[in-house]
Design a protein around this ligand. Structure first.
Ligand SMILES: NC(=O)c1ccc[n+]([C@@H]2O[C@H](COP(=O)([O-])OP(=O)(O)OC[C@H]3O[C@@H](n4cnc5c(N)ncnc54)[C@H](OP(=O)(O)O)[C@@H]3O)[C@@H](O)[C@H]2O)c1
Length: 281
């Protein structure tokens, strides 16, 4: 099964399907990611705040997979937005992953009400990691249209991606459209809404018509909209199910029917990035 790639605005590319490790316990991360590698995943999405980068690194080290066949993303802890703290935190990410380079490093949250509202110098700091060759690409996560507009206007550098909550109950069209307008690829986090969309009647009907599962149909919907996804599962059979989405296609009407399930803000499962201000103690 060949996973398609998406071209980024910095002339690199990213596998459109990956494996997310949010809420994978640190002591189970090496085994879980090793199983994901066996299934065929080559793109791993972790973060400093998930506290499992070392497990991802251990799975990479024991995998025998060539470095250039892997795509590894991590994200800056909310505690480390100040430039010197971000530099130190990035050094530690590379150390924990056992890598001399990540493929992608993101500002995890904009935190517009923290750090004097200055996420611009944090963004400028991330661009240093591209300049020194230790990050192939850099980007942002949970950036609202105004946050994107501002970092691009003030630095002249557009992020490669914006990783935001997107699923059938929260299609997040304003943030998607702003990203696309700036040439920033959209990564859809919680692509199956942590399972909340899987009992939906519309999705179930479309799944039955294709002989596929609700999770496969939902992930396929993202792929056809052009977004990048990395569903998480601790179970091998679900990892296989979520990987097996490239042998069928939805009709335009089916894509539209799933998009119509959007509930606006009521469908959001995570925090609102405009007000989210959590800094780990
Ligand atoms: N940037 C951010 O702020 C942010 C926020 C959230 C997530 N993310 C990223 O996005 C990734 C994915 O999001 P997520 O982990 O929140 O949620 P998700 O991938 O939408 O859903 C994961 C949940 O669904 C279950 N599941 C997975 N496949 C299934 C299937 N085929 N059938 C039934 N249930 C299934 C999993 O349970 P089991 O594990 O028991 O199978 C788990 O509870 C994360 O791992 C992380 O990398 C980023």
């Amino acid at each position: 099964m060949t996973v398609p790639t998406v071209a980024l605005n910095d002339q690199t590319s990213i596998p459109q399907l990956g494996f997310g490790v949010y809420q994978v316990p640190p002591d189970q991360t090496e085994a879980t990611v090793s199983t994901a590698f066996e299934v065929g995943y080559r793109h791993i999405d972790t973060a400093q705040m998930y506290q499992n980068e070392a497990g991802v690194g251990a799975a990479i080290a024991s995998s025998g997979i060539a470095r250039d066949e892997l795509y590894v993303t991590s994200k800056l802890n909310n505690s480390f937005h100040e430039p010197d703290a971000a530099r130190r935190a990035f050094d530690e990410t590379l150390e924990r992953l056992g890598l001399d380079r990540v493929d992608l490093f993101l500002i995890h949250w904009p935190l517009p009400t923290q750090y004097g509202g200055d996420y611009v110098s944090t963004w400028r700091t991330l661009t240093e990691f591209v300049a020194d060759g230790r990050a192939t690409s850099v980007g942002v996560s949970n950036f609202q249209p105004a946050h994107l507009d501002r970092i691009i206007a003030e630095t002249g550098v557009a992020p490669a991606v914006n990783q935001i909550e997107v699923h059938p109950y929260f299609t997040n069209e304003a943030a998607r459209a702003a990203s696309i307008r700036h040439g920033v690829e959209v990564e859809a986090w919680s692509p199956i809404a942590q399972g909340k969309v899987l009992d939906d009647a519309v999705i179930g009907e479309i799944a039955a018509a294709h002989g596929k599962t609700p999770s496969q149909v939902t992930l396929r919907w993202h792929i056809e909209r052009g977004d990048i996804v990395f569903p998480k599962s601790m179970r091998e059979e679900r990892m296989r199910e979520n990987f097996d989405i490239f042998d069928f296609a939805l009709t335009e009407d089916q894509v539209a029917a799933i998009s119509a399930l959007d509930q606006g803000e009521a469908g959001r499962t995570g925090p609102n990035p405009d007000t989210f201000d959590w800094i780990p103690g």
